[in-house]
Design a protein around this ligand. Structure first.
Ligand code: ADP
Ligand code: MG
Length: 677
């Protein structure tokens, strides 16, 4: 094809014939029969086809422009409407008298049928020999410069000429048992199905193949981690008992159990690769300290990496308070410490004088070398990519690895995203915690909300106010926080001390603010999401989140976890006037439950699983066709099949598994590219 076209297709990440074949349709439209305009009902989503009979632009009171296009199908006339899309008028004037297909939701009035912002397509432009009408038609992700018709005929050409040449990755036995079509047929039918049953079969096969290769990839990772010979720490019971004796509290049963799981891994000769999930406040740090003490008492060093400086400094205080009493040197390494201090810490880490080093990304930079790194702990792992995790591990010779997260992971995802890790769960909060009571208030009730906060402040409690999320830039976010803090200090809480914390402050300023909030000199802390992870001030009993609907569900749950960490009754107030049903649903879920796992499941349901795959964090290839929520059953089947396959042929070395092996190889490549991006 010509260069121009190739460039346009490259925007869709389509570079090869293979890419075209796997550019699966977003959806299909049954254009064997169109809905009759005379018969459509209000609220229905339909595909209409008709001739363009008139086009006009109309200004609205709010100085927008409405483009109205009349579409006549013989049974009636529908009006297609666009807001402020200046080019539409010109585009449709050229189509006057031509046939157009439109897809969208109908608003039926007394004498009108309107479809707002429809997806549409001119039928006579492609000259694609009947690919676009009279059949089930694929609708693709498209881009500027290429319409559905053109894309359809290009993909049709690729399918006709090459689908039959694609190597079959699924061994015949696997396909046979499940009645799955061959790859050539599946590719043809996913794009241009003769009927809905063939479409469903094609989809089932392609989903199964995608999930099977993903599960094989994960199973392979897990197996090689298990085989990898690592450190076997001789004494685990001693250090665990020693730590339990040194802590100012008794471990919960859950902590005891999880520390046991970690100790068993560390005592065994394979490399530990364990994910520790525990809701905010469940006491993950104590588990990390047990693991670090095991390393130290067996003559090794441990590193704890946190995503922010505030969090690293807080960990330092906690860890130092306990481990230094036991005679272990604990150091801090973050980017913003003075160069002299950093150099000194690096030297102590290299000589082995430092037993435990706590830090940020600074830990994985060049120039940091450990004498004997035996354990790497990564806190709040969702903030780090797989490669960063690996980079910390590479600072030692196969050290054990413990990754901790307070973002509970829905079970469906544990089978996939984290399928290569062993999982421990802290499912119990320390005793005496009072659950945070969460209220949702409208913006107009703000004055009453702040009155309530004032009462708590008068009783000696402290408060967080989280500033509305500004996504555009860190600078604007910082400015918004500064303005909010000034407003609260002058007009709302003049009799109290108001502090300010945001990402643009220098490390010393941040540390200073946190110290004054911790020691009670500051009563109100206005903050951005920098306080989302880990900040721990037990006397802070209330949090107000302004414009809470701008935040995601998991993020709100994290933020809320900053209160309820002491003995006082605690509150979280969400100030929000959500503009969408989905936003209102998020507010409702938070007021109803404190259960992080339920929130994670809801989050997944509301946002869809797309965000978890093909991202840097996931370490997994993007899913092109499978939807792990919808395809849970196929996922389970694929997982079983993957394990059965590897039990028989662990290296997939048999000839009939060659194509499958290459498919996995290709996925592995995708992951590395995504992680490096
Ligand atoms: P997270 O899991 O959110 O990282 P932390 O480890 O920071 O939780 O613990 C939260 C708070 O609970 C800390 O102040 C910690 O000292 C305290 N804590 C942890 N375990 C216990 C326990 N078993 N009993 C009482 N308090 C505990
Ligand atoms: Mg923590």
């Amino acid at each position: 094809m010509g260069e121009r076209l190739a460039e346009t297709l490259a925007k869709l990440d389509l570079h090869t014939v293979g890419d075209l074949l796997r550019h699966y349709p977003r959806r299909h439209e049954d254009r064997a029969r169109f809905a009759r305009i005379a018969d459509v009902r209000d609220g229905e989503t339909v595909t209409l086809a008709g001739k363009v009979t008139s086009v006009e632009n109309r200004p609205t009171k709010t100085r927008l422009v409405l483009t109205k296009v009349s579409l006549d199908d013989g049974s009636g006339v529908a009006t297609l409407v666009w807001f402020n899309q200046w080019r539409m008028k010109q585009v449709f004037e050229k189509l006057h008298g031509k046939r157009v297909v439109a897809y969208g939701k109908v608003a039926r009035g007394f004498a009108s049928v309107e479809v707002s912002q429809p997806e549409w397509e001119a039928l006579d432009d492609g000259g694609d020999g009947g690919l676009s009408v009279g059949r089930i038609v694929p609708i693709y992700a498209a881009t500027e410069g290429i319409g559905q018709g053109r894309l359809r005929s290009i993909i049709h050409g690729a399918v006709e000429r090459f689908a039959g040449d694609v190597p079959e990755a699924l061994p015949p036995a696997l396909r046979g048992e499940r009645g799955l079509p061959e790859i050539g047929d599946a590719l043809r039918d996913i794009h241009f199905p003769p009927d809905l049953a063939s479409l469903e079969n094609a989809r089932r096969r392609l989903v199964f193949e995608e999930l099977l290769t993903m599960q094989l990839l994960l199973a392979g990772r897990k197996a090689s981690a298990r085989e990898a010979r690592g450190l076997a720490f001789a004494d685990t019971d001693g250090p665990v008992a020693e730590l339990a004796g040194a802590l100012p509290f008794a471990l919960t049963n859950a902590q005891r159990r999880v520390i046991g799981e970690v100790a068993a891994d560390m005592g065994a000769p394979h490399v530990m690769n364990r994910l520790l999930q525990g809701d905010v406040g469940s006491g993950k740090t104590a588990v990390a300290m047990a693991a670090m003490l095991i390393a130290a008492r067996n003559g090794y060093q441990a590193a704890l990496m946190a995503p922010t400086e505030i969090l690293a400094e807080q960990h330092l205080r906690g860890v130092r308070g306990t481990l230094e009493d036991l005679g272990i040197r604990v150091d801090l390494l973050t980017g913003s410490r003075p160069a002299r201090e950093k150099a000194a810490v690096r030297a102590r880490v290299q000589s082995g004088e430092t037993g435990v080093v706590v830090g940020t990304h600074a830990l994985i930079q060049e120039g940091v070398a450990f004498a004997r790194l035996g354990l790497a702990v990564v806190d709040e792992q969702h903030r780090f990519g797989v490669l960063q995790r690996a980079a910390l591990g590479d600072k030692g010779a196969r050290p054990d690895m413990l990754v901790m997260t307070a973002t509970p992971i829905p079970r469906t995802l544990t089978l996939t995203v984290y399928g290569d890790l062993d999982v421990s769960v802290l499912d119990e909060l320390p005793p005496g915690r009072k659950p945070v009571r969460t209220h949702w208030k409208r913006g107009k009730e703000k004055a009453q909300v702040y009155e309530g906060v004032r009462k708590l402040l008068a009783e000696g409690r402290q408060a967080y106010v989280v500033c509305p999320l500004v996504e555009e830039s860190e600078k604007l976010q910082a400015r918004a926080a500064t303005e909010l803090a000034a407003h609260l200090a002058q007009h709302v809480f003049p009799e109290f001390e108001v502090g300010l914390l945001h990402g643009q402050l220098g490390a010393d300023a941040k540390e200073d603010v946190m110290r004054r909030f911790r020691d009670g000199t500051l009563h109100v802390l206005v903050a951005t999401t920098v306080i989302e992870v880990g900040v721990d001030v037990p006397n802070a009993a209330v949090m107000v989140i302004e414009d809470a609907d701008r935040f995601g569900l998991a993020q709100l749950h994290q933020l809320r976890g900053r209160v309820g960490r002491g003995a006082h009754a605690s509150f979280c107030v969400l100030l929000a006037d959500p503009k969408t049903d989905e936003g209102a649903e998020r507010m409702r879920v938070l007021t109803e439950t404190n259960d992080g796992f339920r929130i994670a499941e809801e989050d997944l349901r509301l946002r869809g699983p797309g965000e978890f795959y093909g991202t840097r964090q996931s370490g997994l290839p993007a899913l092109r066709i499978a939807d792990v929520l919808r395809d849970v059953e196929i996922l389970k089947e694929a997982r079983q099949a993957a394990f059965a396959l590897l039990a028989k042929d662990p290296k997939l070395a048999r000839p009939e598994h060659g194509a499958l092996r290459s498919a996995i190889q290709a996925k592995r490549q995708d992951v590395l590219l995504a992680a490096a991006a």
